[in-house]
Ligand binder design. Structure first.
Ligand code: ASP
Length: 323
């Protein structure tokens, strides 16, 4: 990193914010910032290209690379904040992973765009500006990883993509943490759950355990769960109906999976459904973990990190109760 610049580090990974056609993202982070030289100069931005993919193609290797780069960059006192440019499809998963694994209270802000750079009413430039301005703000410190689109500031824990419109990102049941007004953040609330410096997870990860999500639906049969359990997975997140429920026909298979040493987390396919423990089933007796209010895709992230430390369901539950 240059020493005369680099107050704000922008890490580009691709996504529609960098996409000029329906194919892969072609614009680099450098090219996107070159379109706005005042922004680059004002905030002393340094750009690095970490990947150039649409976000469905983001992998665990990208996550580990991003986490290492961010943690290393924050060892430089000069770096005040980091912005990650990311496709919106899986943005919430990357954001939550970083939220649990970045070991700094300095701001990390993830931005994307719902419209491509040359589309009418493209939102990428404004989102990037808000992301950089937020990453430069002392008020943004200690709040975990933040997501900014459409002038709203969301916590990585709660945010999810809900539509493909401009206001796609919402935090169901919680609302945004704040909003950007005239390039400054206005915050209304803080997150209660552990993250970043205060999370239970170490940052020096080499690999992430493989965890699958199995979705429930009318008529779901045990064979699909069994097929996943027989593959090389170390844990399964059940995206159940309502409060994470399972059909009675599934329970014996799930019980056998846990007996064989796999972690089984009950979550819900319903946005922001709180999973009541020992309500739908006897989770304690079955050795199930319940996902609190995390979506299946966020529960998967937390389970991957938990499994790096333990496969004791009681200990894993304590991570879900506190993160
Ligand atoms: N396909 C895009 C992606 O990379 C969608 C987007 O960025 O809005 O996720």
């Amino acid at each position: 990193m240059e020493t005369d610049k680099g107050n704000i580090l922008v890490l580009a990974t691709g996504g529609s914010i960098a996409q000029t056609s329906p194919s892969d993202p072609t614009l680099t982070g450098e090219a996107l910032l070159a379109a706005n030289p005042e922004l680059k100069e004002k905030f002393g931005i340094v750009v690095e290209q970490i990947a150039q993919v649409s976000s469905p193609d983001i992998t665990a290797e990208h996550w580990l690379g991003l986490a290492n780069r961010i943690n290393k960059a924050f060892t430089h006192d000069k770096v005040r904040g980091i912005v990650v440019m990311h496709g919106t499809d899986t943005l919430e998963e990357t954001a939550f992973f970083l939220h649990l694994i970045v070991k700094s209270d300095k701001p990390v802000v993830i931005v994307g765009a719902m419209r491509r750079p040359y589309a009418l009413g493209a939102d990428g430039a404004a989102n990037l500006y808000h992301g950089v301005a937020l990453a430069d703000c002392p008020e943004a410190r200690g709040r975990g990883v933040l997501v900014v689109l459409n002038s709203e500031i969301h916590s990585a824990r709660d945010v999810t993509k809900t539509t493909i419109n401009l206001d796609a990102f919402k935090s169901p049941g919680c609302g945004p943490l704040g909003q950007m007004v005239n390039g400054r953040p206005i915050f209304y609330r803080r997150l209660e759950r552990s993250h970043t410096l205060w999370s239970a997870f170490a940052s020096d990860l080499r690999r992430l355990p493989s965890v699958a999500i199995v979705c429930s639906y009318v008529g779901v049969t045990p064979d699909i769960l069994q097929a996943v359990a027989s593959s090389a997975y170390e844990g399964i997140v059940w995206a159940g109906t309502g409060s994470g429920s399972l059909p009675k026909a599934i329970v014996p298979t799930a019980r056998a999976i846990v007996k064989n040493g796999l972690a089984f987390v009950r979550s819900s396919r319903v946005n922001c459904s709180y999973i009541r423990r020992n309500d739908e089933v006897d989770d304690d007796a079955l050795g199930f973990v319940t996902a609190d209010s995390l979506s299946p895709q966020k529960a998967r992230v937390l389970l991957m990190l938990s499994l790096n430390q333990t496969n004791d369901p009681v200990k894993i539950q304590s991570f879900f109760d506190t993160h």
